[in-house]
Ligand binder design. Structure first.
Ligand code: ADP
Ligand code: MG
Length: 242
């Protein structure tokens, strides 16, 4: 499983400095939850970890490979990083099966038979094997998000990034997605999860990172950051979300 080391990460969009020197690490098999107000830079941070955004300065090291090194094989490194977005991003005109096999086939060059086998395995894992022939618009949001997780897992990632995976879901659908994520954590996946689900963070995270205004204000075990925050900004944020 992966490790992530982020050192003095800065990211600006034009004159707007969104990340102002971020430092933290995720150890192999750890789950780190990132919390913080809207606009604090959480998504930008996640997108810098798989180079969907190019950092302005600083380093992002995944499994010992510095992704900010111009000579790094970014495509190869990125292949081991799965990402799940708030808005699922499934292909609506393709079946669930095809959504889960297409990147395996095109990026990993697996045979049709192997793609199908891996798709079934991962759809079983997220409890949706019976939807293999369905199209995404026929599924609930929670089911679509679980397909998106299966799609990411089918690429055999060693690191999973989640950006508010349950924020677009009706409340009654959140639990199924969180329990899939919890199982993944129990299986030892290294996970970096941006979330507002404090229950999940408290129960599953090894560490919770609180971001505000492009900096990390607090970083520690959930029983500290959520239950006994040391900073006023953290307390104020938690009083709004808990
Ligand atoms: P969060 O996920 O914590 O809500 P984001 O990382 O999405 O925060 O955004 C942080 C800030 O960066 C916001 O002010 C947002 O408008 C700005 N931002 C994010 N992406 C871009 C972009 N591609 N171009 C310009 N500004 C951006
Ligand atoms: Mg965001």
């Amino acid at each position: 499983m992966s490790t992530v080391e982020i050192r003095n990460l800065h990211k600006s969009f034009g004159k707007l400095e969104v990340l102002k020197g971020i430092d933290f690490t995720v150890e192999s098999g750890q789950v780190v939850c990132v919390i913080g107000p809207s606009g604090s830079g959480k998504s930008t941070l996640l997108r810098c970890v798989n180079l969907l955004e190019q950092p302005t300065s600083g380093t992002v090291v995944v499994d010992g490979i510095d992704l900010t090194d111009p000579d790094a094989d970014i495509d190869a490194a990125r292949r081991h990083i799965g990402m799940v977005f708030q808005q699922f991003n499934l292909f609506p005109h393709l079946t669930v099966r095809r959504n889960v096999t297409i990147a395996q086939e095109r990026v990993l060059k697996r045979s049709k038979g192997e793609c199908d086998h891996v798709a079934r395995e991962n759809l079983e894992k997220v409890g949706l094997i019976d939807k293999i022939a369905a199209y995404p618009p026929q599924l609930s949001g929670g089911q679509q998000q679980r397909v998106a997780i299966a799609r990411a897992l089918a690429m055999n990632p060693s690191l999973m990034l989640f950006d508010e995976p349950t924020s677009a879901l009706d409340p009654e659908l959140v639990g199924d997605v969180l329990s899939v994520m919890r199982k993944l954590a129990e299986d030892g996946m290294t996970m970096l999860v941006v979330t507002h689900e404090m229950g999940f963070a408290r129960e599953v995270a090894d560490r919770v990172v609180f971001m505000d205004g492009g900096v990390i204000v607090e970083d520690g075990p959930p029983e500290q950051v959520i239950a006994d925050p040391q900073h006023e900004r953290t307390r104020e944020f938690l009083s709004r979300v808990l």
